[in-house]
Design a protein around this ligand. Structure first.
Ligand SMILES: [Zn+2]
Length: 327
């Protein structure tokens, strides 16, 4: 999770950047499930849901879109992957790992057609409501699914509902999942209004494929560029894409890969680097220890030093570490 600048220790200042300044950060649930008032007593307000900076496509060149599909694989995902490939479009599929059993062939088709398989977590829970361990597990489980079908591509994460905050960032940065860039947000497709659409809401409200497509087209024209959000878990969304893409092409729109979105590019350049927070999480001690601290693994009695937020094997030359008896 490396979209946060590495240099600054002042995470607070970083977080204050929030979504302001980019496109409107009014966030609608990207799915059928409401993000607020779900009856479990943990109502989250909109500000809390999207309080951290996310990756958007507002810096793409004029008339350039990146198509993204969430919550799959669905029944028609393979058909969609074939269609996009035939159009020369490389899409991004943010999958939920728990949707893959029974649909492995669809996932294979997505990867096989050259689309990017990306992480939308294992069970689509709001990461902002989970413990650090749960956040990491949600991403890790789906990561295992992704790496079984795709190698050598970027690791991209989109938080379910766009629910993202510093705690989720920090949890992932303190784990091997910090190789991910994200959370990848969207510029087009966030809400159903009189001049824009969100596919899942179209289908829920009985809006036709052509009407929904025309609204997507309107928003794309108005913004001129951006990351487009759709959901391949819905059958009708495949019809929507087949309706919309020729209209966008006729309008002169081009389609960029997610890797080529400037904000994603910048995040990728720093991905996998040291965690922005000081300290390392120690399973041996059951807590986070300070930068430069040494810990002896309970499992193999090897010494490790916490360097730039990551455990580094203490070499024979690191006598100050290996000679210590413990913390
Ligand atoms: Zn989703």
């Amino acid at each position: 999770m490396t979209h946060l600048p590495r240099s600054g220790r002042s995470l607070v200042a970083v977080f204050l950047l929030a979504c302001g300044g980019v496109t409107a950060c009014a966030v609608d649930a990207e799915d059928d499930a409401p993000i607020t008032g779900d009856g479990d007593g943990t109502v989250a307000n909109e500000e809390e849901i999207v309080s951290e900076r996310q990756l958007m496509g507002s810096e793409l060149p004029d008339k350039t879109l990146t198509l993204t599909f969430d919550d799959g694989p669905g029944r028609r995902t393979a058909e969609l992957a074939d269609y996009l490939a035939a159009q020369g479009i490389e899409g991004t599929f943010f999958i939920n790992g728990n949707k893959v059993p029974g649909r492995q062939a669809a996932l294979d088709t997505v990867a096989g057609r050259g689309h990017l398989v990306a992480n939308h977590t294992q069970t689509h829970r709001a990461l902002t409501r989970l413990s650090r361990a749960e956040v990491v597990r949600e991403v890790e489980e789906t990561d295992a699914v992704i790496t079984s079908v795709q190698r050598g591509r970027i690791s991209a994460l989109r938080a379910p509902f766009g629910a993202w905050n510093g705690a989720a960032t920090s949890a992932l940065n303190g784990s091997s999942m910090r190789k991910y860039v994200g959370s990848v947000f969207w510029d087009v497709g966030g809400a159903l209004t009189s001049t824009a659409a969100a596919d899942w809401d179209c289908w829920g409200k009985g809006v036709s494929v052509s009407r929904c497509g025309d609204l997507y087209l309107q928003e794309a024209r108005r913004r001129g560029r951006g990351i487009v959000l759709m959901h391949d878990v819905h059958d009708r969304t495949v019809d929507l894409v087949k309706y919309l893409v020729p209209k966008l092409q006729a309008d002169g729109f081009r389609f960029a890969r997610l890797e080529d979105v400037p904000s994603v590019k910048r995040a990728t350049a720093s991905a996998g680097g040291p965690a922005p927070t000081d300290g390392c999480s120690s399973a041996t001690l059951g807590r986070t220890v300070a930068e430069n601290a040494c810990v002896q693994s309970r499992r193999d009695e090897t010494w490790y030093r916490c360097v730039a937020g990551d455990w580094v094997l203490a070499s024979a030359t690191d006598a100050r570490c290996t000679s210590r008896t413990g913390l």
